[in-house]
Design a protein around this ligand. Structure first.
Ligand code: IP8
Length: 239
């Protein structure tokens, strides 16, 4: 099984509100259709989600209208991804964390059987960064697609985990790295722009902390990644 997260900046133009990169989305669906592997797809919110989190100050206040709007907007992006997949003959199975996931006891809780059953039927689960209820805090919180991806990788003991982005990998001291460990964290540049769930350094930090081995690569190399080529940067404490 492969879990791959497509970053929001790879499939949306982050400089414009709710602007999808339709040709990239189409290319992703084509790549997945061509390789015919068992995968779970997760995508980020990009300019469909982050600007609304900022607009309604959702990290600070529980604005229900804002929560609904941000969720529906993420769902719109999910629809574009799923429609492209159908166009290429795939069977997407959209799972919206808003109504299927929650955070409890500091953990992401969800129905594993739902995902496995859909895959048995040859569906491809398609999840996304979203807003979910946190029972510990008794309020809705933002759940990044990165966290969902890492959790899926752990729960299903996935051997192949990837993060497709709009950059070629992780830059350490300004140079594209083949491998990154926690020793390199300080030397990773943080990304700019609106990203309410953190930039490259926080992504790398989360992966390292989870113990999951993953690759961060350019979305243009998605097919190579799915074909088990060593693309981009490997994030791993143990080699
Ligand atoms: O783009 C963020 O998900 P991400 C979700 O995967 C929202 O970090 C609602 C901004």
């Amino acid at each position: 099984m492969i879990v791959v997260k497509i970053g929001g900046s790879a499939i949306t133009d982050k400089s414009a509100f709710r602007k999808p990169k339709l040709e990239v989305i189409d290319g992703i669906a084509r790549d997945i259709a061509e390789v015919k592997k068992r995968i779970i797809l997760v995508h980020g919110a990009g300019s469909f989600g982050h600007p609304l989190v900022v607009k309604y100050k959702l990290k600070e206040v529980e604005d229900l209208k804002g929560i609904a709007e941000a969720h529906l907007s993420c769902k719109d992006l999910n629809m574009l991804v799923c429609r492209a997949m159908v166009k290429w003959g795939l069977k997407p199975y959209p799972i919206h964390p808003f109504s299927n996931f929650r955070v409890e006891g500091g953990k992401i809780v969800f129905d594993k059987t739902l995902i496995l059953n859909s895959m048995k039927k040859d569906f491809i689960p398609v999840l996304h960064g979203d807003i979910v209820f946190n029972s510990d805090l008794n309020r809705f919180v933002i759940l990044s697609g990165d966290d969902i991806t890492i959790e899926l990788a752990k729960v299903f003991r996935v051997g192949k985990v990837g993060f497709a982005t709009d950059v070629d990998g992780v830059y350490v001291d300004g140079k594209l790295a083949d491998v990154v460990t926690s020793k390199d964290l300080e030397k990773i540049g943080s990304s700019v722009g609106i990203d309410v769930t953190g930039g490259m350094r926080s992504k790398v930090e989360k992966i390292l902390r989870s113990g999951v081995k993953a690759r961060i690569f350019n979305v243009s190399r998605l097919k190579d990644f799915l074909m088990c080529k060593d693309v981009g940067t490997l994030i791993s404490e143990i080699l």
